[in-house]
Structures are given as structure tokens and as C-alpha cells.
Write a protein that binds this ligand. Structure first.
Ligand code: PRT
Ligand code: ZN
Length: 225
């Protein structure tokens, strides 16, 4: 059972950010006994509870103030908390620190044999992506019309399957693009994992733990540099 006076941190349950997120907390001296498939884990030596969830759920848990801190990729934050036609960006969270993992870029890629002479060559093309908001914002700012094909997986096969002309997907090493005969033509968004904190009043006792944790995270990152 979750207690109100314990700091709640949301981490990705199982995925690319999971082990580095858990290891970071462990390196910060938090003793946690993680069990496979467990939603909540309790720290033994600090008043901290860990919620293990899908990364897509972390922005919402922070906005709804269900958890105090979260570790998530900036790509997910920007996509999930995007408000259409937002002139002044509404603040949904405080970004406490960018971490040294989960580094990737959301990029546009086209079949290797397609001609590319700048973004104008993508005009009116169909773009497959799991990031419709970030893609739309990017092309809207450039005043380039395009068509969407929203896919939440296997985006890289969309051109070969005839579903789209272009993809907009996360890239880290470039191996997936290479394996699918695609070439990266433009970065849309640079991302890395970060620690975010919910807005609103935070009790003094919790704030002290947050400050302690941030100092330790800073120390862990500096030691790795
Ligand atoms: O189940 P859940 O919803 O929690 O996880 P998920 O499947 O949505 O996300 P997951 O675990 O794949 O990724 C979590 C986060 O890791 C992303 O939101 C990014 O912030 C970060 N990240 C860093 C990446 C990559 N690098 C990455 N390379 N996420 C995905 N990829 C994929 C990409 O989509 C493509 O399929 O890896 C492939 C490309 O990699 P390269 O190395 O071949 O270029
Ligand atoms: Zn996800």
C-alpha cells in the first residue's frame, strides 16, 4: 500500500530505460528489492516508493500528481504533453536533470534510393510515425504539407510495405535504418532520459529527500564523465 508521506518515483518497468534508471537509484544508495512484474517496490533505507510502469504513462502520472518524480525520455514527454496550437507553452512539470542515457534523436528517413534535395522533397508525402504531435509541429513550423500514418510499432517497415513514403522514428546507432534500406535525412527532435518533478506544493520532508537524491544523481553522473 502506498503511503502519502513517502516520495513516489515512476520508472519504466521494462524497456530501454529500465535497467539504467534502476541502477541509477541503486548507485544513489537506495536499497530496493525489485521483483519481476511488480508494480510497486519499496525502498528499505529511505522513504521512497518506486512505481514501475510503461514509459508512456509517466508524463500523465506526473501531471496528475500521482507520483512526485519520474524518469522518462524527453521524446515521450514532448509527445504526450503536446497541446495543439499552443502559443505559450503551458508548464506541466519541472525538469530537474538530464541524464546520461536514453540518448537518441527523432529523425526523418526515406528509402536509400529516393532523391532528397531538402525538406521540400517531402512535401505532400505520407510519413509513418509513433510521434504524430512532434511530426506535425515540425512540418507546421516549416509550412510544409504532409500526410500522416500513425503506427505504434514497426515504423521502419512502413515504406517497404507501401504504407508510407517517409518515416519519423527514434534513431540511436542507425543500425535499424541501415537494415531497412533507409537513410536519415533530418533530425526533428533530440532526446535523452531526464528526471522530472510534479508541479504543486511538495512537503518539506519530501523536498529534503528530492534534494538529497538530486545531489547524489549529480555525483553519479560527474563520476561517469
Ligand atoms: O513498454 P514501454 O511503453 O515502456 O516501452 P517502449 O517500447 O515504448 O519504449 P522503449 O523501451 O523501446 O524505449 C524507451 C525510451 O528509450 C524511448 O522513449 C527513448 O527515450 C529511448 N531510446 C533511446 C530509444 C532508442 N534510444 C531507440 N533506439 N527508444 C527506441 N529506440 C528504437 C527505435 O524506435 C528504433 O526502432 O530503436 C530502434 C533504432 O535504434 P538504432 O540503434 O538501430 O538506431
Ligand atoms: Zn512506450
Amino acid at each position: 500500500m502506498l503511503e502519502k508521506n513517502r516520495l513516489r518515483i515512476a520508472l519504466q518497468k521494462s524497456g530501454r530505460l529500465s535497467s539504467e534508471s534502476y541502477n541509477l537509484l541503486i548507485k544513489c544508495g537506495i536499497k530496493i528489492n525489485f521483483q519481476h512484474n511488480q508494480l510497486i517496490a519499496f525502498a528499505e533505507n529511505m522513504p521512497i516508493d518506486i512505481l514501475c510502469v510503461r514509459d508512456d504513462d509517466i508524463p500523465g502520472l506526473i501531471v496528475d500528481k500521482v507520483v512526485d518524480l519520474g524518469i522518462v525520455g524527453e521524446n515521450v514527454l514532448e509527445e504526450k504533453l503536446f497541446i495543439k496550437d499552443n502559443v505559450k507553452k503551458k508548464k506541466f512539470y519541472n525538469l530537474l536533470i538530464r541524464l546520461d542515457f536514453g540518448i537518441c534523436r527523432l529523425s526523418l528517413a526515406i528509402p536509400k534510393n529516393s532523391a532528397y534535395y531538402g525538406l521540400d522533397s517531402l512535401k505532400n508525402k505520407r510519413i509513418a510515425s509513433s510521434y504524430p504531435n512532434l511530426v506535425t509541429q515540425f512540418f507546421y513550423k516549416k509550412s510544409i504539407p504532409f500526410k500522416l500514418c500513425i503506427l505504434n510499432g514497426s515504423v521502419e517497415v512502413a515504406p517497404r510495405a507501401g504504407l508510407a513514403d517517409v518515416i519519423c522514428d527514434l534513431v540511436s546507432t542507425g543500425t535499424t535504418l541501415e537494415a531497412n534500406d533507409l537513410k536519415e535525412v533530418q533530425t526533428v527532435f533530440n532526446s535523452q532520459a531526464c528526471v522530472i518533478c510534479r508541479l504543486g506544493h511538495i512537503e518539506n520532508s519530501k523536498q529534503i529527500i528530492i534534494n538529497k537524491l538530486m545531489n547524489r544523481i549529480n555525483g553519479v553522473i560527474k563520476a561517469r564523465e
